[in-house]
Design a protein around this ligand. Structure first.
Ligand code: URA
Length: 195
């Protein structure tokens, strides 16, 4: 844990000066941080995550609960994090601040820190949600071709690719695919993590 705290201070020391005058909140991973069976990796925190300073809360937390229920696991059994640790925002047409997809630059800046976080947490396997974490860990890849299967991440860890649950909300036809993929993951997990 001391190492993770030092890691968080290091990331804050790097990123806070990049946003002078803005009190940018960094949202770090949480959960079982000592060699968990799984590390779940999303894109970036949204508004609720920034308020609670915890990944996958609010609407995304409901998605996570559904995932955990299918997996027959508890949130505290796994480690949950994001590639990008700040909330990417844009100003909408009404002047309201809204979430946006993380930019290529944000992804590139945060990826080395994600790799370090993985090294510290030492998960037995990685689960990526959507294209952003998949590409951060596997280079050029597309979720449409990679979902529902095990791969080997660039750091040598077993990686299982899932659609991002937000994509499932916008594309209802993916719901069944997503749930099938989670069941494949659940049923294969014991075999993969025994490696
Ligand atoms: N909340 C997160 O923490 N990550 C996501 O990818 C989406 C919502």
């Amino acid at each position: 844990m001391a190492d993770l705290k030092a890691f968080e201070r290091e990331v804050e020391a790097f990123f806070k000066p990049l946003f002078p005058g803005e009190d940018k909140i960094l949202v770090f991973g949480d959960g079982q941080h000592d060699a968990p069976p799984l590390m779940l990796i999303g894109e970036a925190p949204g508004e609720q995550e920034t308020i609670k300073r915890r990944p996958f809360v609010g609407k995304a937390g409901k998605n996570l609960d559904e995932f955990l229920e299918l997996m027959q696991m508890k949130r505290e059994d796994i480690f949950v994090s994001n590639v990008v640790k700040i909330r990417p925002t844009a100003v909408g047409s009404t002047g309201r601040i809204k979430n946006r997809a993380p930019s290529r630059e944000e992804i590139e800046l945060f990826t080395p820190y994600l790799m370090k976080e993985i090294e510290l947490v030492k998960p037995r396997a990685l689960v990526t949600l959507g294209n952003v974490p998949l590409r951060a860990l596997m280079g050029k890849s597309t979720i449409g071709d990679m979902h529902g299967k095990w791969h080997t991440a660039c750091n040598g860890l077993p990686l299982f690719a899932l659609y991002h649950p937000a994509a499932v909300i916008y594309r209802r036809e993916l719901k069944q695919v997503y749930e099938q993929d989670v069941c494949i993951l659940r049923d294969s997990l014991t075999i993969q993590t025994r490696k």
